[in-house]
Design a protein around this ligand. Structure first.
Ligand code: FES
Length: 144
């Protein structure tokens, strides 16, 4: 069965709770984190990267939309909570790993990049993410 995340259901997903390596973070996630992503393509501007609240990040660049896991590949801290987003990328505050805004690993201790997932856009602009379908990190969903 496919795991499809409709961003309009983000609230329900958040209520399920966020786990990870919170105990190893030095500040308990009180600062930083990644802001919420829009649920409709009109609310996701080019250059944005946000959290869907379901352990998935949604970004948009000149090529279109992309989605990737927000789970740090080192020890599974949720970057939505324990990540710090900058123009150059994402830093994990748990142990210092770094990723580009496209999820490419740029600094350890993480040894792998963030997996990307399939993104679809409905006619009304609603975005859905199929977390059961891993795609190459170069894949983008064009925005009309
Ligand atoms: S969980 Fe260790 S660096 Fe992210």
């Amino acid at each position: 069965m496919k795991r499809r995340h409709f961003l309009s259901m983000v609230g329900a997903t958040v209520a399920a709770g966020v786990t990870g390596c919170a105990s190893s973070a030095d500040d308990g996630g009180g600062s930083g984190g990644i802001p919420a992503a829009g649920t409709n393509v009109r609310d996701v501007p080019v250059g944005s990267l946000g959290s869907t609240g379901s352990r998935i990040l949604l970004g948009r660049d000149a090529g279109g939309l992309y989605a990737m896991t927000s789970v740090c590949t080192h020890n599974q801290c949720d970057l939505s909570v324990y990540g710090t987003l900058s123009d150059s990328g994402i830093s994990c505050r748990c142990h210092g790993s770094g990723y580009s805004r496209n999820g490419d690993r740029v600094k350890g201790p993480a040894i792998a990049s963030l997996k990307h997932f399939k993104v679809d856009v409905a006619a009304d602009g609603t975005i859905s993410i199929d977390a059961s379908t891993v795609v190459d990190a170069t894949v983008r969903t064009a925005v009309a």
